[in-house]
Design a protein around this ligand. Structure first.
Ligand code: APR
Length: 314
């Protein structure tokens, strides 16, 4: 038996549960929210697609009933307020820190061995908060951000190349912020060909710039933050953990010396398996990428300092 809890049944949480069910890799999903009836209604709606899509995952919705989440293998935190147009992810810190702290505490009581995956924004800082306050080992706390940003990167690359997104490889490291993420254009490929050989510099620069504001572009159009991308990105990571696939994902993890950083949670490539983060993969960075990573880490640490100023983290 395998079980995943998704906390928050809003746009991202519900889509996350739906995407995981479609991968048919988990026996049970519990969707939990504070809004009476929301999780229950969405869970029933999704279950009524099981026959149509052919998945066997059971999805149950509950209101505030953490006992129902007991013995989860993965707990996903989507509870929190989303961005509005013009807002940065960092502006959500005050409200979301309180929510994340309380739901992690509740879920931990019933699933002390779970891997916790943080989606609520500002994601790097919420991951750091969870790592510092939960008592969980560093392999059990993962932030979903890099996988989503990388998927957006390959989307923009595919548009520029006129290629199928599945034929394009590219990863984004660093913070999950409009100015902190680092799409690694030097390492992106189109069926083994470096994209830098196929795209003019201006076109490549535009792909990088569009990727960095990929989330804000959608927020500007919808009036709230995206959900299909975040839900699908989290689901691919959950599958690797549940099935112990040990695939590499760019995601937010606690560093202790890797990439020359410590006391920070930030996006780097990591192997995800049954223990959560199995290994951080220290890919080689160019001098420019290294400088960008240092700058990104500085900005993420600055946002983390707000938690210290609020006395939420020592
Ligand atoms: N416990 C459980 N659920 C909660 C709690 C709580 N303490 N506080 C809020 N929620 C729920 C809300 O009731 C709501 O249903 O979290 C849900 C959030 O859903 P949305 O408002 O639709 O937000 P969403 O778009 O899903 O974004 C959630 O993910 O990508 C990030 O920036 C985004 O931080 C935001 C988070």
């Amino acid at each position: 038996m395998s079980k995943v809890t998704v906390i928050g049944a809003g746009n991202v949480g519900a889509t996350c549960a739906n995407a995981i069910a479609h991968l048919n890799c988990v026996s049970d999903i519990v969707l939990i929210d504070i809004k009476e009836g929301l999780s229950e209604g969405k869970a029933i709606d999704m279950m009524q697609t099981a026959k149509l899509y052919g998945f066997d995952t059971r999805i149950k919705g509950v209101t505030n009933d953490y006992a129902a989440t007991a013995d989860s293998d993965v707990v996903i935190i989507t509870s929190g307020i989303p961005r509005k147009p013009g807002m940065t992810r960092e502006e959500l810190i005050g409200v979301n820190a309180g929510i994340v702290n309380s739901v992690v505490k509740n879920a931990l009581q019933y699933s002390p061995n779970a891997v916790f995956m943080i989606i609520a924004n500002p994601m790097d800082t919420m991951t750091y908060l969870t790592y510092k306050t939960s008592g969980l080992p560093k392999n059990k706390v993962i932030g979903m951000g890099g996988q989503l940003d990388s998927s957006r990167f390959t989307y923009y690359l595919s548009q520029a190349l006129g290629a199928a997104p599945s034929d394009v490889e590219g990863i984004v490291i660093g913070g999950h912020g409009d100015t902190t993420m680092i799409p690694l254009i030097s390492k992106a490929t189109y069926k083994s060909q470096p994209v830098t050989k196929l795209l003019a510099k201006e076109a490549a620069d535009k792909v990088v710039a569009d990727t960095m504001v990929g989330g804000a572009t959608i927020t500007g159009l919808l009036g709230t933050s995206a959900w299909y991308g975040p839900g699908a990105a989290a689901a691919t990571m959950v599958k690797s953990i549940i099935l112990d696939q040990k695939k590499i994902f760019p995601c937010c993890v606690a560093l202790e010396g890797e990439f020359g950083k410590s006391d920070i949670c930030i996006g780097v490539p990591a192997v995800l398996g049954k223990n959560g983060v199995e290994k951080v993969v220290e890919i080689e960075l160019t001098a420019d990428e290294k400088a960008a990573f240092d700058k990104s880490a500085e900005a993420v640490s600055k946002t983390n300092k707000v938690l210290k100023d609020m006395n939420l983290v020592k």
